[in-house]
Design a protein around this ligand. Structure first.
Ligand code: GLU
Length: 490
């Protein structure tokens, strides 16, 4: 069998969507599994909706996800260029071939004429199919229309192709994911393959590119199924090998509507900005339609590739559970080596002066705040009290903890005693235990004792491990903050 070659062919009309990322991943996995090639092609024939910013976003997002392409725009390959706008001189040749073989014809209809046809179909409650008005124009008629200044679009002749290659109008193909699919091609209508301005349309350019790039398997979203029938007929009309097709179910939001921005992030770059790890995102996205054979869902992409079988992809839609992604993300954060985590957290700590901390203190701070992180960005709100001499006290904490008589007693005593303590981890551990014990004898619960100290030094009732926190704050700052929370000025 020839080498497996798959592609991801995004249109740069927006940032890389997680749905496209999943399609890219399944193509990538299929290529890896079959020792094949994963090709990236940029489909920018629709110049108006395209921008370089989106092209860059697609490159960056795919790379961040580890979905590196074997051939493509900035990598090269034998079948390039891999950006459609750079391939415009390739497309006319095959248009001419289709015209010569009678599988395509020039159409001079104006937008107004086509609109009238559509309105008539609507009025008669019929699905619109182009009338084929221009199919049999004579050379004289065409010349006349040209003389009027009309420029023709080129339409593909469905019935001609269908009759040449199939026994009936029912076109069937065996989908890698969904099994046998079929459609009555009489319902398609002769569609435009090249616009009057010379620009190829998607359904045409995609066939030429897939054929010339020797793509063997086309794996994409099921929203393209209706296009596949058109594309198969063009492959056949040009005598190209027809690739195998596999259509993936859609990704829906938890409320079962189309996943959109109102549900949360949808672009890979937005997830990254919000503090998701790309490893978690890739892992999560792989589970949208695919399940590991051993039931172990947390898996790096290499392990997924080894286990991946396209025939096992679910043909139904998948639900994008943001909560599950968050769970997976927290799991991946926990697995990060300390040095990597420190670097990854820095972008979310720009509002703080990190130079206040030694590297050792920074490490300690991360060590004692990493556990509850779901998103990397959660660090921003988890650490304000590690910075600055004073700390902002939450009014509720003031009222419910610091204003209590017992808390005041504890704090006064703490300020007194802590002055004499050696500020080492082990000593703080012993001294605090002793301290709690003394107050327990006076009838104050150990928890309340710790609350009072925590509230005074961090302004909160919950947070990082106490000893670590005191260590990072240091003796002088701890006592300063505790003093400030004592009502009777000391
Ligand atoms: N440019 C198309 C899209 O972004 C690609 C479809 C295909 O894979 O053929 O939907």
């Amino acid at each position: 069998m020839s080498e497996v070659r798959v592609r991801i062919a995004p249109s740069p009309s927006g940032n890389l969507h997680v749905g496209t990322a999943r399609t890219a991943l399944f193509n990538y996995l299929f290529a890896k599994k079959n020792n094949g090639k994963f090709v990236l092609r940029i489909e920018d024939t629709d110049a108006e909706r395209t921008s370089q910013e989106y092209v860059d976003n697609i490159f960056d997002s795919l790379k961040a996800l580890g979905l590196n392409w074997d051939e493509g725009p900035d990598v090269g390959g034998n079948y390039g260029p891999y950006t459609q706008s750079e391939r415009f001189d390739i497309y006319p040749k095959y248009i001419q071939e289709l015209l010569d073989k009678g599988f395509a014809y020039e159409c001079f209809c104006t937008p107004e004429e086509l609109e009238a046809e559509k309105e008539e179909a609507t009025a008669n409650k019929k699905a619109y199919v182009y009338s084929k008005k221009c199919e049999n124009l004579t050379e004289e008629e065409k010349a006349k229309l040209r003389a009027e200044g009309r420029k023709p679009a080129i339409r593909f002749n469905i019935a001609k192709a269908q009759k040449a290659f199939h026994d009936s109008s029912i076109l069937k193909f065996d989908d890698l994911v969904k099994g046998e699919l079929q459609m009555d091609t009489d319902l398609i209508g002769d569609f435009v393959i090249m616009k009057s301005n010379g620009a190829p349309t998607y359904n045409y350019a995609v066939v030429i590119d897939d054929a010339l790039m020797k793509i063997t398997h086309v794996i994409r979203g099921e929203d393209h199924i209706s296009n596949t029938y058109k594309q198969i007929l063009i492959f056949e009309a040009l005598g190209f090998d027809v690739p195998r097709f596999g259509h993936l179910g859609m990704i829906l939001a938890p409320d079962r509507s189309k996943l959109s921005k109102r549900h949360g992030a949808t672009a890979v770059s937005d997830f990254v900005e919000q503090g998701y790890l790309t490893e978690a995102l890739v892992n999560f996205v792989a589970l949208l339609g695919w399940a590991p054979s051993d039931g172990e869902e947390v898996k790096p992409v290499e392990a997924i590739a080894a286990d991946f079988r396209i025939g096992e992809i679910s043909s139904s839609n998948s639900i994008f559970e943001y909560d599950k992604l968050k769970w997976m993300n927290s799991h991946y954060i926990k697995m990060l080596p300390m040095d990597t985590l420190k670097e990854m957290l820095k972008p979310y700590l720009t509002q703080y002066d990190l130079t206040e901390l030694t590297d050792e203190q920074f490490t300690k701070m991360v060590e004692i705040t990493r556990e509850p992180l779901t998103l990397l960005s959660d660090i921003t709100d988890a650490v304000p009290y590690f910075f600055g001499q004073d700390v902002a006290i939450d009014p509720e904490v003031q009222a419910k903890v610091l204003d209590l008589e017992d808390s005041q007693k504890v704090l006064n005593d703490f300020v007194e005693k802590a002055q004499t303590w050696d500020w080492t981890e082990e000593n703080l551990h012993n001294k605090l235990e002793e301290f709690r014990g003394t107050w327990k004898e006076q009838g104050i619960k150990p928890k309340a004792t710790m609350w009072a100290i925590r509230a005074a030094v961090s302004g909160r009732t919950r947070g990082a491990d106490m000893i670590g926190l005191l260590e990072v704050l240091g003796k002088e700052r701890t006592i300063h903050r505790a003093k400030r929370s004592c009502k009777v000025s000391r």
